[in-house]
Write a protein that binds this ligand. Structure first.
Ligand SMILES: [Zn+2]
Length: 331
């Protein structure tokens, strides 16, 4: 995947491309940011761009070098996954890195070492790496990927040029999913549920998502009805920790249902529905929901969604949502 095909994180990509064009890419880089937002993808693209046989500051994805790097069989690009390896292996790999970093590349132009989950390095491994960073090898680039960069030794951090990676927007995740061959209607909902994390979006199973949608729809209808609304509290009033993500995803779905009903009510283009598979039910529900009530419910969902990452007491949030929606229940 070339830079021009990677969605999101425009700023980081721009800095890297500019450095490549000027031939002034720092030897030590730290990509800092949450899981699943494209740090590894960007690091591999950088490795390809550095070794691509065609001119330009991007990877062509077609030459022998680019293809070998994509296939994980390029001797000058090494990916070290600290989390997956036993710590002892990680130390050995860092020692190997230390020996190889100063040698001329075998077949490429530049050696690139990518260290995933770098903050999980053991102290001996980190100290060994520090030695390399203190005397940067002229022909090698070392890229550290870390979700929690503050856990790295400050001496390591200070020797790396740090680039911040942030969660992708829903639109960026959706585009990336479509580029990956997902159907448009699936991509839209998956992006919504993944919270800016492309990897999570790619890992979501469509059948499970549909089952969750089904369950969420029943809860949504219950929440807005007078006699069955307590179903919602039964489900989310006392949440175990493991269900927190589910609560967020359920609210995302609630919000998508409410937006769809609004679209139906206002006579919008059905192709814009987030849940085209539920069109029939959305139409039935729209007959019962006055617009002001929908708008108020939508505002409540979005408010709780915004509050969710900050507020530790999700059960309280669920209860507050339940009581605030209460004013708008009719049927
Ligand atoms: Zn190439």
């Amino acid at each position: 995947m070339a830079f021009k095909h990677i969605e999101g994180n425009q700023r980081a990509k721009r800095i890297l491309k500019l450095a490549l064009e000027r031939g002034r890419l720092p030897n030590s880089l730290l990509f800092a940011g949450p899981q699943g937002v494209g740090k590894m993808r960007t690091a591999l693209t950088l490795a390809k761009a550095l070794n691509c046989l065609r001119p330009g500051a991007d990877s062509c994805d077609e030459c022998d070098s680019c293809r070998a790097i994509d296939g994980g069989r390029f001797p000058d690009v090494m990916v070290i996954d600290v989390k997956d390896e036993k710590k002892a292996v990680a130390i050995e790999q860092i020692r190997l890195l230390r020996q190889m970093a100063y040698l001329r590349p075998m077949s490429g132009k530049r050696r690139v070492f990518i260290i995933d989950d770098a903050e999980d390095m053991s102290t001996p491994a980190a100290n060994s790496l520090l030695k390399v960073l203190e005397e940067p090898p002229p022909v090698s680039h070392i890229i550290l990927l870390a979700a929690s960069p503050f856990l790295l030794l400050s001496t390591i951090r200070s020797r790396c040029r740090t680039l911040s990676f942030t969660a992708m927007t829903d639109e960026e995740v959706e585009r990336a999913l479509r580029d990956d061959g997902r159907r448009e209607d699936q991509a839209r909902i998956l992006a919504l549920l993944a919270g800016g994390n492309l990897r999570r979006a790619m890992e979501l199973d469509w059948e499970e998502v549909q089952a969750r949608k089904e369950g969420s729809w029943l809860l949504f209808e219950a929440l807005l009805s007078k006699d069955r609304s307590s179903l919602f509290l039964d489900r989310f009033g006392s949440l175990p920790k493991a269900a927190l993500e589910e609560f967020g995803q359920t609210l995302e779905l609630f919000s998508s249902f409410a937006r769809d009903i609004l679209l139906v009510k206002l006579g919008g283009d059905p192709r814009l529905l987030l849940n085209p598979d539920l069109e029939e039910r959305l139409r039935t529900a729209s007959a019962r929901c006055p617009v002001p009530r929908l708008l108020a419910a939508l505002a409540e969902f979005d408010l709780v969604l915004a509050e969710l990452p900050r507020n530790l007491n999700k059960n309280l949030l669920a209860a507050a949502l339940f009581s605030n929606i209460g004013e708008y229940r009719n049927v």
